[in-house]
Design a protein around this ligand. Structure first.
Ligand code: ATP
Length: 200
């Protein structure tokens, strides 16, 4: 099987910047956020189960899930949260495994903001964390999304602490400098992953 590299990092750390760069070198990227959206597309089994369970209110006129409504529902009820996770998590995992298996590039990246939190690190051979200090995370993420710093801080609190992420990762790229400094580090990891891939 293709060598699988997990790519993670906190909000605004530069995961997309990193995965775009490696994708430009021909490396396939499986994006866990996209997979999570894909499994709840209209008429998919998880979407059908959600409509059946919550009723029409859970679905917008466009057919997409009514995410704000569902978020409120699961925020108010731990049982509903558990139910929803039971519907979605196994399907996300199954589709992630399929996509990793289908990859044709020399190695494949699984990009996931919650790689450790959702145990997706079990699906990869090695983990690369993109690291920046918290203040820079807040600055970059709030500039990108026009979100207040407090909101970004709350998201950071809900993610694994930075030190724990760094402890668990096999490789760390420091993205506190310029993008070209990030690319230089990624070039080195890319070379290493290619040689690991040819050794397996
Ligand atoms: P999220 O988890 O929120 O999706 P992310 O980890 O994918 O974030 P990016 O979207 O890659 O992070 O980066 C966050 C913002 O910071 C983007 O606007 C990006 O262009 C910018 N950025 C990333 N790296 C650098 C850098 N080295 N220098 C300047 N800006 C950067």
């Amino acid at each position: 099987m293709t060598l699988r590299i997990g790519l993670t990092g906190g909000i605004g750390s530069g995961k997309t910047a990193a995965s775009d760069y490696l994708a430009g070198k021909g490396i396939e990227v499986v994006d866990s956020d996209l997979i999570a959206r894909e499994i709840v597309q209209p008429e998919q089994p998880a979407w059908l189960a959600i409509r059946e369970h919550f009723g029409a209110e859970a679905i917008l006129e466009s057919g997409e899930l009514n995410r704000p409504w569902l978020r409120k529902k699961v925020f108010e009820s731990p049982e509903e949260k558990t139910w929803l996770e039971q519907q979605t998590h196994p399907r996300i995992r199954a589709l992630t495994i399929t996509r990793l298996e289908q990859a044709q590039s020399r190695y494949v990246i699984l990009a996931s903001p919650l790689l450790f939190e959702s145990s997706q690190h079990q699906l990869v051979d090695r983990v690369l964390a993109i690291d920046v200090p918290e203040e820079l995370q807040i600055l970059r993420a709030s500039q990108r999304d026009q979100n207040p710093a407090d909101q970004i801080r709350n998201i950071i609190r809900a993610q694994i602490p930075r030190t724990e992420r760094l402890d668990k990762a096999d490789d760390v790229a420091d993205n506190s400098g310029t993008l070209s400094e990030l690319h230089t580090q990624l070039d080195r990891f890319h070379t290493r992953y290619l040689s690991l891939a040819s050794a397996t």
